[in-house]
Design a protein around this ligand. Sequence first.
Ligand code: MRU
Length: 375
Amino acid sequence: MQVNGKNYQTIWVHADNNQIIQVIDQRKLPFEFEIIDLKTPVDAFVAIQNMTVRGAPLIGVTGAYGIYLGLIDANSESWKTSLFKNATYLKSARPTAVNLAILIDEIVAVLAECFSHESACALALEEATRLKRREIDWSESIGEYGCELIEAISISKNGEPVNILTHCNAGWLACIDWGTATAPIYKAFLYGIPVHVWVDETRPRNQGARLTAWELSHEGVPHTVIPDNAGGHLMQHGLVDLCIVGSDRTTSTGDVANKIGTYLKALAAYDNNIPFYVALPSSTIDFMMMDGVREIPIEQRDGEEVSHMEGELDNGLITKVRIVNPGSAVANYGFDVTPARYVTGLITERGICGANPADIFKLFPERGGREKKKG
Ligand code: MRU
């Protein structure tokens, strides 16, 4: 997608040195646009953990490139041992988004069949790049399917702008290109359907205010940033036509883990009869998991993300200030789980389905999980 009119993706191989992976440093946005180099699996692990890269699809692809960087680093006698060690290490960087484990397991399964270190290195680069390409295709497909929902609402409103509420950043920054929740919005905008996006600020890290708003600005999509607690009010007053959010892990039963605060938006949407869709690629579906509230591991992050806030002073200086009473305890749960009953549908790369096992496995019959095995 566009940054100052130039096309970017969130991760790529260095043009002059294929042993370096480059990413946009998302901690600095929207104030500074910086690209940083990843040269080792430790670099990839740290980038995922400190949220230089973030969003479920992107951390999955970064993990896959981390495996490649680990192989380059490895001793040609013991490369297989370090491959498995690095897989366990990289998977532990963040617990909630299942894409990380899924993509790492996928690339490791292919590499484990290699007979030589040299061929494993070449294949790792090829495979990580294939997984990246696949995520882009899936995002674009999600965009096309989701756009049909926006178009239908637009027709029912006689072409008045469709107001879409989104939470966190499930945009191209969280993926490689297009995004998940934003993909239908970008497609609708490209096709000339009038849209307006309500962007939840998304405390504590403000991915909405900082990243989604930045993305939408660069694409020219009309949007308004709102405090997290404003959504319910807007819904009660007919100002939201549709909610679309992303996901970090969705169970085979349709329970959706996403950025903290998503559940409350789903409850408000349910109470106001507003469709609440989750846009996600199949690399975010945990086909083996059935009970999201009990089983999905919820990341807890540093309390400083709650007690402090970062921003730009009028003189351009980036600074961090304390916003919580000194000495008060803080808690920082990164994600929550929206039970399937509040989800109108899942927008996937294969189409839109109900948030229930029958519909999910109908779209992905080859992925029969526990539910299927039982029957
Ligand atoms: O903690 P983050 O910023 O990585 O959380 C990201 C989200 O919750 C996104 O909504 C989710 O990963 C979907 S991304 C397409």
